[in-house]
Design a protein around this ligand. Sequence first.
Ligand code: M6R
Length: 373
Amino acid sequence: NKGKYEHYMQKEIHEQPESLTTTMRGRLKHGGSTKAKTVLLGGLKDHIKTIRRSRRILFIGCGTSYNAALAARPIIEELSGVPVTMEIASDLVDRQGPIYREDTAVFVSQSGETADTLLALEYALENGALCVGITNTVGSAIARNTHCGIHINAGCEIGVASTKAYTSQIVVMAMLALAIGDDAISSQARREAIIDGLFDLPNKVREVLNLDQEMKDLAKLLIAEQSLLVFGRGYNFATALEGALKVKEVSLMHSEGMLAGEMKHGPLALVDENLPIIVIATRDTCFSKQQSVIQQLHARKGRLIVVCSKGDAAAVCPGGSSSCRMIEVPQVEDCLQPVVNIIPLQLLAYHLTVLRGYNVDQPRNLAKSVTTQ
Ligand code: M6R
C-alpha cells in the first residue's frame, strides 16, 4: 500500500525517520546518571567477544548493501581496532580470496537471498570463518545460514532501488561498531556521542527530507543531461557510490561515484563547463581536502552542485552560491552523516526518473532480489 505516495520508492524515502526508529528500537540503552550508554544486539551477544578478537573483519555484499558496509567501515575500524576489508561478493568468489578461521565475515543483504552473496557465504563457511548476517528479511537464506546476525528491521522494501534499507543498514553497522568497541574505556566519550547522535538521527532525517522540492527543482535542471559525477571521500565515499547507483539504476542517466582523492589520477580530465558534478563536502576530518577539491574543479569551470553542512555555503564555495548550487544538510556525528547525506541524492534520483518518464519502482532489466548469478 503506497498510502499518500505515488510510488513505493517515494514512500520508502519519506518513511526513513520511522524505519530508522524501528531499526534502533530496544537496542540503544540510555544509561541512567550512573550507567554508561550502551548498545544491545541480542543476536550477537554470544559472539561479540569472538568478533572483537578476530584477526580481520570482512564485509561482503553487492550493490547498495556493499555501499552501506563501505559507509560503516571507518567507524568499525576506529572503535574495534580490527582491520576491515571490503569484498564485493562475486569478486570474492571469482578470486577464491583467502579467508581464515580467525576471520569474521559479515554478509550484508536487504533481501537475504542474493545469489552472489549466498555463494560467498558458502565459501566463507567452508573456510571456517565466523559468519554474521545483516539482513532485512527474517527467515531468509542468509539469515538462516549464518552463525549469528542482526535484523535491519527497516520494514518491507518494495521499490527495486534500495533506500530505507540502506540507511538502516548503516545504523545497524554503527551499532555493531559500538558493540564491538564496548570494552574500551578510551573511546567511551566517543561512543556516547554516537549513541546521542543515533537517538537524534530520525529528527535530522525528517529535517533533510524538507529538501524534496529543492531536489525536484535540481532534477528539472538535470533532466536532459547524459552524465553525472559524484565525488566523496572518507565517510562519504560510500555516499558518492550510492548516490550515483541510485541515479543510474532508476533514472537511466549515466552516473559515476568517485573517490575525491583519486580525482587528479584521471577523472579531472572529464571536467568542463557542461558536465554536472556533485561534491559531498559536509563537515568532518576530510572537509578541508574537499574544499580544495572544489577549488580545483571551480578553476576548471566545473558545473558544481555541493552538499554541505547547514550554514556552510559561503565557506565552501569559492565564488559564493552564484557559481555553485548548494544543498545544505543538517550536521550529525561524522559516522552518521552518510545517513543524512544520501537522502537528497535519493530524492534527486526519484524526481529525475519521474520527470524523465521512466518506471521508478521497476527499472528495466532489474529485479528486487537477484537470485541468479
Ligand atoms: O538484497 P541485497 O541487498 O543483497 O541486494 C543487493 C543488490 O542487488 C541491491 O542492493 C541492488 O544494488 C539495488 N537494486 C540497489 O538499489
